[in-house]
Design a protein around this ligand. Structure first.
Ligand SMILES: NC(=O)c1ccc[n+]([C@@H]2O[C@H](COP(=O)([O-])OP(=O)(O)OC[C@H]3O[C@@H](n4cnc5c(N)ncnc54)[C@H](O)[C@@H]3O)[C@@H](O)[C@H]2O)c1
Length: 391
């Protein structure tokens, strides 16, 4: 029997998300986890308690320069990814970098070039690409089950966990952008429009509505927020033949609706183009079904894929080319945000600035609630006057 090659691996960063990666690596016999590193003493002691066989370090350099380590997982904050990945690749290590791969497209390109020149794997942890429900969704788009994709909307909402190093879009957006890119066959958006607002920390948007238009009139809305009453993780894809809801927090991840609106064909009707007649439509509301999906932990699939790329030369699904498309959309979103003007410059007065600016554009006062309250009061008074009149 052929024995499987074991890849010796180390991990940088074991904060909130890192333990999930470490657990999956440690339970996969194809990997031997040599060491983990974190700047925080508390996180290092966490590793010592839960993974006693793994060496613990406080300096990333100890892992990067360790010749016994073949590959590194980087699960540190986003702003550190590029530098750590670059140093790891330079010292001959394959890297699995948490999302986003880096902070700019130039950095992703540099990592891609470096990996290619050294024959190494550079993979980004866009976990959802390894999620069976997302793969099912892509298959339905690819094999035409949904017909033509009309529009898609994604909601990734929570109360918390607030970050200060990235805004809600850079935190949650890579997931939805990478899913949309994946299910739409990697086409690029024709336009990117951004609306976001910073309510909790000045200059860091807590809620973002991103609108993308893809070729073929495919409209995509991505709504991310860490200031929301409910936890939602859903994607709705409306196609010309079927509609599908992917709800990641539900037991049944995928629900398919045979719903749609068709133009009714009536023989002999609507043929006189000089005499316009109203069109008739059929509202289709047929079966609803929930396919059985063999769901395994996406991170397990992600680390397996990393192994296949490192040990068996598999083509990486989320290599620099995929990461680049995601960062490109984030960069275009940033440019759209900045183009809005002073509104999005870091300032505790942003709300006031927005009001001034919009008032200027529309030459109409922006409601601050008082006008609405006055209207409500007037309506109430009118109602009670009417009541008095009728009694
Ligand atoms: N794929 C997913 O679903 C998912 C979910 C959450 C977070 N993430 C990603 O994981 C990464 C980490 O996020 P998090 O929420 O765990 O952040 P975190 O701040 O909780 O943890 C980061 C850890 O990295 C450590 N660290 C920082 N710089 C370091 C360095 N130079 N060397 C070693 N350790 C260092 C910190 O001490 C901290 O413990 C981010 O890139 C984030 O986007 C991915």
């Amino acid at each position: 029997m052929q024995t499987q090659r074991v890849v010796s691996i180390g991990q940088l960063g074991v904060g909130y998300w890192g333990p999930n990666l470490l657990r999956n690596l440690n339970s996969d016999p194809s990997f031997r986890v040599v060491a983990a590193c974190d700047l925080s003493a508390e996180r290092r002691s966490y590793v010592e308690r839960h993974f006693p066989d793994i060496a613990v370090e406080s300096d990333a350099e100890a892992l990067i320069s360790n010749p016994a380590i073949e590959a590194l997982v980087i699960a540190t904050p986003a702003g550190t990814h590029f530098e750590l990945a670059r140093r790891a690749l330079q010292s001959g290590k394959h890297v699995l970098v948490e999302k986003p791969m880096a902070s700019t497209s130039a950095e992703v390109q540099e990592l891609g070039r470096l990996a290619e020149s050294k024959g190494l794997v550079a993979m980004v942890g866009h976990t959802f690409i390894y999620n069976s429900a997302v793969q099912y969704l892509r298959k339905m788009v690819e094999d035409g089950t949904l017909g033509e994709v009309r529009y898609i909307y994604c909601q990734r909402l929570n109360l918390g966990r607030i970050r200060s190093d990235v805004d809600a879009l850079w935190n949650f957006g890579p997931h939805d952008i990478s899913i949309v890119q994946y299910i739409l066959g990697n086409s690029e958006p024709l336009s990117v429009a951004y609306h976001g607002m910073d309510y909790v920390q000045p200059g860091i948007d807590d809620v973002v509505f991103l609108n993308l238009v893809y070729p073929g009139k495919v409209l995509v809305n991505i709504h991310v927020s860490w200031l929301d009453p409910s936890r939602k993780r859903s994607i709705v894809v409306v196609g010309s033949e079927k509609m599908v809801v992917y709800d990641d927090v539900s037991e049944h991840k995928i629900t398919i609706f045979d719903k749609g609106i068709d133009r009714r064909a009536e023989l002999g009707k609507h043929m006189d183009y000089d005499a316009r007649q109203p069109l008739t439509f059929d509202y289709r509301s047929g079966d609803v079904w929930i396919p059985k999906i063999n769901f395994t932990e996406p991170l397990k699939g992600e680390v397996r894929h990393f192994y296949e790329c490192v040990a068996n030369g598999a083509e990486c699904l989320t290599g620099p080319a995929h990461a680049l498309k995601v960062i490109d959309v984030l960069e275009r979103a940033g440019a759209a945000r900045n183009a809005i003007g002073p509104v999005h410059k870091t300032s505790p007065l942003r709300g006031a600035i927005i009001k001034e600016r919009v008032e200027e554009e529309h030459e109409a006062p922006i409601p601050d609630g008082s006008a609405e309250r006055a209207m409500k009061g007037a309506r109430k008074a009118k109602k009670s006057r009417a009541k008095v009149g009728s009694s």
